[in-house]
Design a protein around this ligand. Sequence first.
Ligand SMILES: Nc1ncnc2c1ncn2[C@@H]1O[C@H](COP(=O)(O)OP(=O)(O)OP(=O)(O)O)[C@@H](O)[C@H]1O
Length: 343
Amino acid sequence: MVTSTAQAPAKFEKPLSIEDMLIGKSPIMGTLRDMVRRVANSSASVMICGPSGSGKEVVARAIHNASPRASKPYVALNCGAIPAELIESELFGHERGAFTGAQTRRTGHFENADKGTLFLDEIGDMRFDMQVKLLRVLEDGLISRIGGNSNIPVDVRIISATHQKIDKAILDGRFREDLFFRLGVVVLQVPDLAQRVEDIPQLIAHFQKGRTGQICHFDTDALQRLSMHDWPGNVRELRNVIERANILFGGETIDAFGVDQLLGKTMPKLAPLPVLSVVESAPVSFNAPIDLKAQVERMELERIQMALHHAEGVISEAARLLTLKRTTLIEKMRKYRLEKIAA
Ligand SMILES: Nc1ncnc2c1ncn2[C@@H]1O[C@H](COP(=O)(O)OP(=O)(O)OP(=O)(O)O)[C@@H](O)[C@H]1O
């Protein structure tokens, strides 16, 4: 797992604009873009709060890209993913021989981010003793490598993020209030995707842009169905759904039923097949008129059930077995109320 990144491109390329990075036409996203624009011009510490997958890191990058520090390094560290005993050395670096295994001198993220931006993700997970050390550095603007005895001045803009309710963490005594005041000079809240479902079509277009290979499309019912989902994984979940949709239905237009499949809302396992009557072998006597239409339909239903069973509920595979278009099969499944048995 990548827990930290340092980016100081040899050749400075014009960074993406706030509009290109923070997609969404909802008023709430418009307000967020506006706030990002305002804070970008200062060096104030910004704390970004919001649920997982909502785009906190995108906001952090957008602030850096729009700031006068854009041509300087942007360094990211996931405080939640690094063992507590390593975080100090990650942040401040160490001198050779500072501890067992420290065979060479290593600069930390503060030094690597000098003149640029340091993004501290999952700051709410930082251990209390480390919070004290971080606060001291923010107050003095000086760091000292582990095992070193000199104080090194650093000019770093700090952006932090957390999915936790930071006010509760402070009340519970898990997060220092004084550190919060230092880190959250400006606090930005990134909304849940469920609060701005009108952004979904634009986000889909954004994720499909520049993709090679066949992409899928969503009809109006499908978009409607997507907007009814509660999106616990937020924009990250939407991105994954689109990726899955391209793999399974590339080149096709997805309807509401397809969305249910993608979101796993249809039954995952096939219901047991009802006992099939084999129409073909039924004796036909014309002593009385037969209902040809009903018999053909029964046979059609049975063949579809068999194909779905054979394909373990995967509609595209069942359609292939029946040499039908997937959409035709879906229409027939609706007619026979078979939706529930697809995977
Ligand atoms: N407004 C947006 N416009 C375009 N892409 C977005 C937007 N918000 C989120 N994304 C995309 O969604 C995914 C998740 O975003 P990101 O990693 O920034 O979320 P996060 O809130 O930092 O998540 P976590 O709390 O798990 O670290 C990324 O692929 C990101 O590019």
